[in-house]
Design a protein. Structure first.
Ligand code: KG4
Ligand code: ZN
Length: 339
């Protein structure tokens, strides 16, 4: 059988990325141009700046991805591109580039859902992983518990009622003066702190046992910091970071294990930027081992935004026969499983 080579493009937030993926699971190149430094001075992603930077970088990143994979456009079977959810101006840059290449060369186009990409990152290094399984997707914009019934077939069984897990990390990091992006910085600082120092709340959502809520926790951290300041007490940032992180992890682990057991599966995967958190990975590793659940996770580079994951998801959509037209548009609030 002839190889299927996917050229994948991702530009939904602040990384301009392109990748070439062979037969769904083999990453030939994974080029990521991060804008993090640019946004750090503003304390978060500025959408207008993100779009402009994507425009400057996109062609170069695509060329690099082809070069690194030692292929040309003539070898490419299909072009996969993230068309939602994300920042509309940022998404449009990738979608326009993909459409232009497809139009000029006749290579088929496949629009990919960003979260489907995150989930699919698990297939890269876990060659034996096949659906069905339960996946926790925790990123800057999402905290979802998803049943992956088959390739491209998803059921969301839990979601956040307010802030996403990554968003909470970013906001708490800003409050304790760590800057953007907060996740990796809290992860690092937590190693020097006591996770049991401050009893931050573990929120339960009454109506759905799989749903998450992180805004109460975020407020509790802010209140704690204000309280210390008013009383003139010194704040131990490492203890705040570690205690906050433990509160997030406890809830993510408890809901995840509960979901896997209730759904009757024995496989569990994690995805999204927060999935690269070292303490979360250790906690899930331990909890899954105790329950005889096989635990899957991508390497950190495939957890945060990248195009290889879009190439993997694009491959499975492509072999199912999914094709997008030149009317493919950026959809900022695209729902998982919708076309
Ligand atoms: O998946 P991602 O790169 O972009 C979105 O689709 O949102 O996730 C970015 C989020 C940010 O909120 C960032 O703070 C968080 O993932 N993150 C982490 C870690 N690395 C990135 N959160 C906790 N621990 C980390 N090590
Ligand atoms: Zn993402």
């Amino acid at each position: 059988m002839e190889d299927i080579l996917i050229l994948a493009i991702e530009s939904s937030c602040d990384e301009t990325a392109a990748s070439v993926v062979r037969n769904g699971r083999e990453v030939l190149s994974n080029v990521i141009s991060s804008q993090i430094e640019l946004h750090t001075i503003y304390g978060g992603v500025v959408p207008e700046i993100a779009s402009r930077k994507h425009i400057e970088k996109i062609n170069q990143v695509i060329e690099e991805a082809l070069k690194e994979a030692s292929v040309t456009l003539k070898d490419i079977t299909a072009i996969a591109v993230t068309y939602g959810p994300g920042l509309v101006g940022a998404l449009l840059v990738g979608v326009s580039a993909a459409k232009a290449i497809s139009f000029a060369t006749g290579i088929p186009l496949v629009g990919v859902h960003h979260i489907e990409g995150h989930i699919s990152a698990n297939y890269i290094e876990n060659k034996d992983l096949e659906p069905p399984f339960v996946c926790l997707v925790a990123s800057g914009g999402h905290s979802h518990l998803i049943v992956v019934k088959d390739y491209g077939e998803y059921e969301i069984i839990g979601r956040t009622r307010d802030d996403a897990a990554g968003e909470a990390f970013d906001k708490v990091a800003r409050a304790i003066g760590l800057g953007y992006p907060g996740g990796p910085k809290i992860d690092k600082l937590s190693k020097e702190g006591n996770p049991d120092a401050i009893p931050f709340p573990r929120a339960k959502v009454a109506e759905n046992e799989y749903d998450f809520s992180f805004s109460g926790l975020k407020s509790a951290v802010l209140n704690y910091l204000n309280g210390c300041q008013m009383k003139g007490e010194t704040i131990c940032e490492a203890d705040v970071a570690a205690s906050f992180q433990k509160a997030v992890i406890d809830v993510l682990v408890e809901h995840s294990i509960h979901a896997v057991k209730e759904c009757g599966y024995d496989k569990f995967a994690i995805a999204g930027g927060v999935a690269s958190n070292s303490s979360l990975r250790a906690a899930l590793e331990e909890a899954c081992a105790k329950e005889n659940i096989s635990f899957y996770h991508p390497s950190p580079i495939f957890c945060t935004d990248n195009a290889a994951m879009i190439g993997v998801a694009g491959y499975y959509e492509y072999i199912k026969g999914v094709r997008s037209g030149y009317d493919l548009n950026a959809v900022p609030n695209l729902k998982l499983g919708e076309r």
